[in-house]
Design a protein around this ligand. Structure first.
Ligand code: ADP
Ligand code: ZN
Length: 215
């Protein structure tokens, strides 16, 4: 199975992708995570992407499509793929069609997380993750049960993304509206788009996704 999770920054794509990985043994292909890893490792891609990401703008289509292709090549042919944060432009949507075909895969579902943008800024500027296991938290909605200790792995190290500040978030939202939202009609024409309410509780969103995938 190959699915795209679509929605503006902070809609919860990463959280839901992680759950699908745990429940279904699928693989999360997050171009944001891949780019952050490249920045951290100081690779040529990372050096090129760093400043662009800090401004909240989009990295070049060639770079992200290459990352996705490499990741699919490294995966088992029967492992399902969850595309998270990709495609983000019409050119990337076209590239994905070609890449999937080259890997003998086809797109089954595009799941759009419907959200209220005003609430998103608060969600994003309040979010942080465990530096050890990557579990996501939020100052307002999901604090660790014991202050300063990860619920999942017990680590006491947390981190925040440098692009999760208000100004960069506004740019990321604008990029989403201008470049990413316009790819929806491509998939609507194929009848594979399902919209769900991304403002519901995390578990309810997961349930809604499971219902779609079971259909
Ligand atoms: P979010 O969805 O919360 O904005 P991501 O982790 O998906 O965050 O992406 C962070 C940043 O990485 C983006 O703002 C952009 O600069 C870059 N990026 C990630 N995926 C892509 C992509 N498919 N195309 C272009 N740039 C990307
Ligand atoms: Zn942890």
């Amino acid at each position: 199975m190959n699915i795209i999770l679509l929605g503006p920054p902070g809609a919860g794509k990463g959280t839901q992708a992680q759950r699908l990985v745990e429940r279904r043994g699928m693989r999360q292909l997050s171009t944001g995570d891949m780019l952050r890893a490249a920045v951290k490792a100081g690779t040529p891609v990372g050096l090129e992407a760093k400043a662009v990401m800090e401004r909240g703008e989009l990295v070049s289509d060639e770079i992200v499509s290459r990352l996705i292709d490499a990741e699919l090549t490294a995966m088992g042919a029967d492992t399902g793929a969850i595309f998270d944060g990709y495609p983000r432009t019409e050119a990337q949507a076209q590239a994905l069609d070609e890449i999937l075909a080259a890997h003998g895969r086809k797109l089954d579902y595009v799941i759009e997380l419907d959200v209220n943008e005003d609430a998103l800024v608060e969600r994003i500027t309040g979010r942080f993750t465990c530096a050890n296991c990557g579990e996501g938290y939020n100052d307002d909605y999901k604090r660790p049960a014991q202050l300063g200790v990860c619920d999942r792995c017990g680590s006491t190290e947390f981190k925040r993304r440098p692009d999760d500040n208000e100004q960069t978030v506004r740019t990321r939202m604008a990029e989403y509206r201008a470049k990413t939202a316009p790819i929806l009609p491509i998939y609507e024409a194929r009848g594979i788009v399902h919209q769900i309410n991304g403002m519901a509780e995390i578990d309810q969103v997961t349930q809604a996704i499971e219902t779609i995938l079971a259909g």
